[in-house]
Design a protein around this ligand. Structure first.
Ligand SMILES: [Zn+2]
Length: 237
């Protein structure tokens, strides 16, 4: 019998490829959760997560957390007048202070801790022993709540607060964005359905950090033509 799981699906490259890899490994994904916490990209993320859930034939539940947007002071929140930081391709690795400053400017208070705990309630209720995230090596370098240590710590915490004691796991944890993009190609992930941008669309802006990371991965795989039409501007160095 295959193990059952629920997946946190933001409709970005990482969570979608993580889902596809889990399915390939024989995991039975019984539900996807998509969160609206007042982020600028919420509308597009919900639209694309709905399309992806349909594509992978997984029931999707959208969860609204409007109060989280209210207490988020950074540029990621739709309430914030602050401008989202632009991060060029060459700044992604070479200038650590740029990505750290960018991380600070898109921070949502305890977001991943909260989302996984909500997923923990669903997993406990449905009896699913696995919670899947899109945490990966590239973002773990900047965001402490994307690291394997965090997944391990919150798994330990859920062992106290749930009966089912789910494991929090990411099938893309060891991969960087270039490798994740490669897996997306191998697994025929429907790239036009993804939404990675921090902004509200309708196309990827092409200059936020998330757009730059996706574009760089496409460049490294020689496949920018697959996503070019979905970018408002082509990311610059
Ligand atoms: Zn963007």
């Amino acid at each position: 019998m295959s193990i059952s799981a629920l997946v946190l699906l933001s409709a970005g490259l990482d969570s979608t490829v993580g889902l596809a890899l889990a399915q390939e490994a024989g995991v039975s994904i019984r539900r996807a959760l998509c969160f609206d916490y007042g982020q600028k990209a919420a509308k597009m993320e919900k639209k694309r997560a709905t399309a992806l859930a349909e594509y992978y034939q997984i029931p999707l539940q959208i969860i609204d957390l409007p109060w989280l947007g209210d207490i988020t002071h950074t540029a990621l929140s739709a309430h914030s007048a602050a401008e989202l930081p632009d991060v060029g391709l060459e700044e992604l690795d070479s200038v650590a202070s740029v990505t750290l400053a960018s991380a600070h400017r898109v921070w949502v208070p305890n977001r991943n801790g909260l989302l996984i705990n909500i997923a923990g309630a669903f997993a406990d209720s449905a009896g699913d022993p696995l919670i899947l995230t899109g945490f990966n090596a590239e973002e773990a370098a900047t965001f402490p709540d994307n690291t394997p240590q965090f997944s391990q710590a919150i798994t330990q915490s859920l062992a106290f607060s749930t009966e089912v004691q789910p494991l929090v796991k990411s099938y893309v944890q060891a991969l960087n964005k270039i490798e994740i993009f490669q897996e997306a190609l191998r697994l025929n992930v429907p790239l036009p359905l993804l939404w990675s941008c921090y902004r509200q669309g309708p196309k990827h802006c092409g200059h936020c950090e998330s757009c730059s990371r996706l574009w760089r991965a496409a460049v490294a795989n020689g496949q920018t033509a697959l996503i070019e039409a979905h970018f408002e501007e082509i990311p610059h160095a």
